[in-house]
Design a protein around this ligand. Structure first.
Ligand code: URA
Length: 211
């Protein structure tokens, strides 16, 4: 699928396998998700705009590459998105952070927003929306729509997930064909309850030890 990048680095795949096991504890699940988020972030930020600044090394004056433009915006879809957010923030501590709080109406499967707060000046930032599970795609579309309504341009929005279902990828790309999606795995399908299979269960519950 165009605009979908599956990051199949061996370390990511190994850690994801550990996360999928139902015997993996919440503590270990959280640690693994944070580690994977660092590795995914490394790949997602590969094409960030760069510029050069003049610096003085102990040896001489030198034009050296540095990130260009405004600070990145990291947007976490609550609550499971926070499991990915922590790792990226370790890597890019100066990023601005926003939250879109959504829960799923279990009958309609539509997202219901209960909170949102996003950084200012989104029109001139690259935004990365994070949510471990891209399932139906409804929450992803809602979060991206929220950013666009705050001035972000779709070319500057990237979506990062751990596991995606084909249905979710198709939904997000059908609404926002220009968005770039990065995932560690594209699973088989959604089940009747809109959970990803084989998947890893409910990412929020597994992260935070709830049921
Ligand atoms: N959300 C999850 O946490 N897991 C799924 O499989 C689908 C949605």
């Amino acid at each position: 699928m165009e605009n979908l990048t599956i990051i199949d680095h061996p370390l990511i795949q190994h850690k994801l396998t550990e996360m999928r096991k139902k015997s993996t504890s919440s503590n270990h699940f959280r640690t693994l998700l944070k580690e994977i988020s660092l590795l995914l972030a490394y790949e997602i930020t590969r094409n960030l705009p760069m510029t050069e600044i003049s610096i003085e090394t102990p040896m001489e004056q030198f034009n050296s590459p540095t990130l260009d433009g405004k600070k990145l915006a990291l947007i976490s879809i609550l609550r499971a998105g926070n499991g990915l957010l922590d790792g990226i923030l370790d890597l890019i501590p100066s990023a601005r952070v926003g939250f879109v709080g959504l829960y799923r109406n279990e009958e309609t499967l539509e997202p219901v927003e209960y909170y949102s707060k996003v950084p200012s000046e989104l029109s001139s930032r690259v935004s990365i929306v994070v949510d471990p599970m891209l399932a139906t795609g409804n929450s992803a579309v809602h979060a991206v729509d929220t950013l666009v309504s705050h001035g972000a341009s779709i070319e500057n929005i990237k979506f990062m997930a751990l596991v995606a279902a084909p249905e979710g990828v198709e939904k997000l790309l059908s609404k926002h064909p220009k968005i770039e999606i990065f995932v560690a795995a594209l699973d088989e399908k959604l089940n009747d309850h809109a959970y990803i299979v084989p998947g890893l269960g409910d990412a929020g519950d597994r992260l935070f030890g709830t049921k």
